[in-house]
Design a protein around this ligand. Structure first.
Ligand code: NAD
Length: 343
């Protein structure tokens, strides 16, 4: 079957990344023909790359060659663009966060249902190697059942760009990075949420949050700490995972870190007290050598196809999406709840 003809709406940071990195990796399935951006200089940049630069969104929708669009514009514009494109008979892939809130998403999903066209969200961090390791540990229990997870991203560069600082454009870090970490978490832990608390940070003085810390307890007993920070001049690990038989620490996206498992060796020597500050401790002393072993992380491999392979399967072969709209909605409902809690 032929590749799907795509046009990208919004040829900024992420639109360019789709155009020149993600889509070309699936070029037998995805054929990028052009872009539309409100800025003339971005349209000119597209022309220089050999792409069609449409003069208006309506021109994209009117072109029968165009089968699908990717929306990579600021968050507040996703809903209107998605609905207009679905109504014009186009298949739609949308960047995260899919919309400003669940009410907006419901409006989009109603039109997708009515028109029968595909609507999918690019929750790409389900393919991140660090997350794939955590997913493997959670499923295959190399450190026993996981009961506590800490998932963090921390930077020291503040909120980037222009629109991400503004509430009317859906700025702020919960909608920006939070949506990724919460999507990973909710996809990992297949259990309803029992309790949520959140603390937003506003240290940069913006009207939108520049980070947050959230504690989430699931009904199956798993607890998670999710943190996003943009004024962290030294950082904590990307993941800190506690299982009943061991602990894993993934420091960064380069997958540095370690995983230690208890050997449960009955002959292991009891830990010796160590000097701790001005005191002594046995509780916090390192375990004896025989009591633990270092094990390697599992291979970071997705057992599902790439995002755009899945887009192709969904559009051409009526396959199930990996990123389901019901899951996207749950994440957005949690985000709505967090904003509500903070009021
Ligand atoms: P950006 O500011 O770099 O680019 C946005 C582009 O959209 C700009 O060129 C702007 O001129 C254009 N634009 C604005 N309104 C438009 C409209 N109505 N029609 C056409 N073009 C319009 O922003 P960005 O960082 O590329 O973010 C865009 C989207 O991608 C956001 O929703 C963001 O959350 C998402 N994003 C996702 C990831 C990811 O990993 N999945 C990473 C970065 C950004």
């Amino acid at each position: 079957m032929s590749a799907i003809n795509f046009v990208i709406i919004g040829y900024g940071g992420m639109g360019s990344y789709h155009a020149h990195t993600i889509m070309p990796a699936d070029k037998e399935k995805i054929n990028l023909i052009g872009v539309y951006d409100v800025l003339a200089e971005r349209r000119q940049a597209a022309k220089e790359k050999g792409l069609i630069a449409y003069e208006s969104f309506e021109a994209v929708l009117a072109d029968d060659k165009v089968e699908a669009i990717l929306i990579a514009t600021p968050n507040d514009s996703h809903k209107a663009l998605a609905i207009q494109a679905l109504q014009a008979g186009k298949q739609v892939v949308c960047e995260k966060p899919v919309a400003m809130n669940t009410a907006e998403l419901d409006d989009i999903l109603a039109v997708a249902k009515e028109t029968g066209n595909t609507f999918m969200v690019h929750q790409n961090r389900r393919w991140d190697p660090d997350f794939l390791i955590v997913r493997d540990l959670y499923k295959n229990k190399q450190i026993g059942d996981i009961f506590q997870l800490e998932s963090r991203v921390q930077g020291a560069n503040g909120i980037p760009g222009d629109w991400r600082h503004l509430p009317e454009h859906g700025g702020g870090m919960l909608l920006d990075w939070g949506v990724h970490l919460l999507d990973q978490l909710l996809w990992l832990v297949d259990s309803p949420i029992k309790h949520v608390s959140v603390d937003f940070s506003y240290v940069l003085g913006d009207q939108v949050d520049d980070g947050f810390m959230s504690f989430i307890t699931f009904e199956n007993g798993v607890k998670a700490l999710v943190e996003v920070g943009t004024s962290n001049y030294t950082t904590l690990p990307r993941w800190y995972i506690k299982g009943f038989e061991g602990t894993a620490r993934i420091d960064n996206w380069a997958l540095d870190g370690e995983m230690i498992r208890a050997t449960n060796d009955e002959n292991a020597v009891a830990p010796k007290p160590i000097q701790a500050g001005v005191g002594l401790t046995k509780t916090m002393a390192p375990p004896s050598e025989e009591a633990t072993e270092k094990i390697a992380f599992p291979e970071a491999k997705a057992e599902y196809p790439s995002f755009y392979s899945n887009v192709y399967q969904v559009i051409r072969e009526n396959a199930e999406p990996i990123v389901k709209n019901s899951e996207v909605r749950q994440v957005l409902a949690l985000i709505d709840q967090m904003f509500e809690l903070a009021k």
